[in-house]
Design a protein around this ligand. Structure first.
Ligand code: PGA
Length: 254
């Protein structure tokens, strides 16, 4: 079983740009009977913005928490098309994904922006799921750890250990996202243990032992067991397989 007794495993589903509110509600209603009402893991669903309210309503009174996939760094203002952290809280979100590689790649999010978004999430009382990970070219160059270290350090710039208790990190190698290629459990463990060592160095062992670090990238019912057997892997951020109730339930209940 993953991690230490101090860390509750988290299985989070990132639906990306899939599901209307009606479809989202159907998916959650299909999932809920398949996940035990109590358990030792936290289950999170991250639908697109328009489906958040429907998913919050469908999950009320269950152990399933809801998260958003993105946020703006300001609380309010003239930012057409954006959604703020307090708005996410008001709609019932407890989590928010920050710095997903698809946002870095397609929406021009850089480390500075990720830092501001992370601070906004924490300030509003949301648990940020901070995504870091290397591209295939970076892995082949042997700079995986350096890339992840820079992403982590810049995302957390200006924050102290006391600010970071709600933090969740997801290590998502970009080459493993939506490709069917999973990092081997031991490769994922190696990078995740490295990230934890950085947290220990910069913020102290207590925080490093407390922050859940998830793996993401083609997680499926078939590979969740091997991933969760690793000492430092505390759960998964699941994309494609979270869109199918049976697959996601199998990952939650593995
Ligand atoms: P995937 O996506 O499980 O479809 O690879 C993971 C993610 O992008 O969070």
């Amino acid at each position: 079983m993953a991690g230490s007794a101090e860390r509750t495993p988290i299985i989070a589903g990132n639906w990306k740009m899939h599901k209307t509110p009606l479809e989202a509600e159907e998916l959650v209603r299909a999932l809920l009977p398949q996940v035990a009402p109590a358990g030792d893991r936290e289950v999170v669903r991250c639908p697109p913005f328009p489906a958040l309210a429907a998913v919050v309503a469908a999950c009320r009174g269950t152990r399933v928490a809801v998260g958003a996939q993105n946020l703006h760094w300001e609380r309010e203002g003239a930012f057409t098309g954006e959604v703020s952290a307090p708005m996410l809280v008001a709609v019932g979100c407890r989590y928010v994904i920050v710095g997903h590689s698809e946002r870095r790649q397609y929406c021009g999010e850089d480390d500075w922006l990720v830092n501001r978004k992370l601070k906004a999430a924490l300030a509003a009382g949301l648990r940020p799921i901070l995504c870091v990970g290397e591209t295939l070219a970076q892995r082949e160059l042997g700079i995986t750890e350096a890339v992840c270290a820079i992403q982590l350090k810049s995302a957390l710039a200006g924050l102290a250990a006391g600010d970071l208790e709600p933090l969740v990190i997801a290590y998502e190698p970009v080459w493993a996202i939506g490709t069917g290629r999973t990092a081997s459990a031991s490769d994922a463990q190696e990078v995740i243990a490295f990230l934890r060592s950085l947290l220990a160095r910069d913020y102290g062992t207590a925080l490093a032992q407390q922050v859940p670090i998830l793996y993401g990238g083609s997680v499926k019912p078939e590979n969740i067991g091997a991933l969760m057997a690793q000492a430092d892997i505390d759960g998964a951020l699941v994309g494609g397989a979270s869109l199918d109730a049976a697959s996601f339930a199998a990952i939650v209940n593995f």
